[in-house]
Design a protein around this ligand. Structure first.
Ligand SMILES: Nc1ncnc2c1ncn2[C@@H]1O[C@H](COP(=O)(O)OP(=O)(O)OP(=O)(O)O)[C@@H](O)[C@H]1O
Ligand SMILES: [Mg+2]
Length: 356
């Protein structure tokens, strides 16, 4: 089979200019999210160790006037990957381009971003685990040597052109480091994993954002929202917005503990911060799979939900809360989950290893 040209002269011309972030990306950076998103790393709450390490890397790059090493951020949704990726270039004083692995379907989609990258600027690639193999391979020399190999033309007339790029920094974000190929992962000099936030950190975020959203919130009410936010700032902000709306209608914009309890109860959020979807997951394992072990695909099918939604959004917090465990044979409820659902845990039976 003749080798597919990676890029043709026409496709390079046709490729969209990379100066503006894609429409999808803009949609994801919803207006109000932008309003609450910290603008500098110094404004971020929590993730102290990660922020300190990144601040040193940023300072060093600035002092040496060299581009920052490529950075890979991973962790469950809503913990601050995009926030770090937007704060870092601002702190560095360099330009930022934003794209996503989901929209870079071929090398020609990535090329404009690479050629537009100014010296020392940042290219943020969200959902980097979704990059197709061909795009990933196209990135290797771009990240390592700041050059790309472009094949122009087809068949016997094809020739490779080596194009030099200005040194730049890739910041990749993923909820799934496991899906990244080793060669791509190894090209990131700095790799950071984001963890869930403590109640104190979330309370701080909520208090700060309450002022921005012009709602008066009592400290106990802020802590209550923090406890119900699954260790996640995005969830905390969403709950806070709901409490603000509720308090606007019911209490002239003053969120007391009592009012916050009522607002959260109306959303079906329980005292562990689980929402109806989390409880449906636990109840499905309990009733359909007799407490497990159950394969996550089977649970997803039964719930009529995508497996990715369960593994990326629902399970990380339930696992961390010790409501579910992963066994070699599948997901299993813990006695804490039984108690939370008001059921009696079964007599514990030893878990058999998978292969015996
Ligand atoms: N450390 C922090 N301090 C204060 N607010 C934060 C922090 N981290 C995140 N947030 C808030 O949470 C929101 C969600 O964070 P962000 O978009 O960075 O998450 P993400 O990890 O990129 O999620 P996803 O995987 O879904 O893309 C932000 O808009 C911001 O308001
Ligand atoms: Mg993000």
């Amino acid at each position: 089979m003749p080798r597919e040209p990676i890029l043709s002269a026409e496709s390079i011309e046709a490729a969209a200019p990379a100066s503006a972030p894609s429409r999808e990306t803009l949609a994801r950076l919803r207006d109000d999210e932008i309003a609450l998103r910290p603008r500098h790393m110094g404004e971020m709450v929590g993730q102290r160790k990660v922020a300190e390490r990144l601040a040193i890397a940023v300072d060093a790059a600035r002092k040496r006037k060299e581009p920052l090493g490529h950075i890979l951020l991973d962790g469950p949704p809503g913990l601050g990957k995009t926030t770090f990726a937007t704060c870092i270039p601002r702190d560095l004083g360099v330009a930022l381009q934003i794209t996503s692995g989901a929209v870079l379907t071929a090398p020609k989609d990535l090329l404009p971003y690479l050629t537009n990258a100014e010296e020392g600027s940042v290219l943020f690639i969200d959902e980097i685990h979704r990059l197709p193999k061909a795009v990933e391979e196209f990135m290797y020399p771009a990240m390592e040597d700041f050059r790309v190999d472009i094949i122009l033309g087809e068949g016997a007339g094809a020739r490779t052109v080596n194009m030099k790029l200005r040194p730049f920094t890739v910041i990749g974000a993923t909820t799934r480091t496991g899906l990244l190929s080793a060669p791509l992962r190894d090209r990131f000099q700095i790799r950071e994993h984001l963890e869930f936030y403590s109640i104190a950190e979330l309370s701080e975020i909520i208090r700060r954002n309450a002022a921005r959203l012009r709602v008066v919130i009592d400290d106990e009410a802020a802590e209550k929202i923090a406890r119900c936010s699954r260790g996640t700032p995005r969830v905390a902000n969403n709950r806070l917005r709901w409490v603000r709306d509720y308090s606007t209608v019911k209490a002239n914009g003053h969120a007391s503990l009592e009012l916050t309890d009522a607002a959260l109860a109306m959303l079906g959020i329980d005292e562990l911060g689980l929402d109806p979807q989390d409880r449906k997951y636990l109840e499905t394992i309990l009733r359909v799979f007799h407490g497990g072990p159950a394969g996550v695909e089977a649970v997803a099918h039964t719930m009529n939900t995508a497996t990715d939604t369960l593994t990326d959004e629902v399970e990380p917090f339930l696992l961390r809360s010790e409501l579910v465990v992963r066994t070699p044979r599948g997901r299993k409820l813990t006695s804490k989950a039984y108690e939370h659902l008001g059921e009696t845990p079964p007599e514990s039976e030893p878990e058999l290893p998978l292969f015996q």
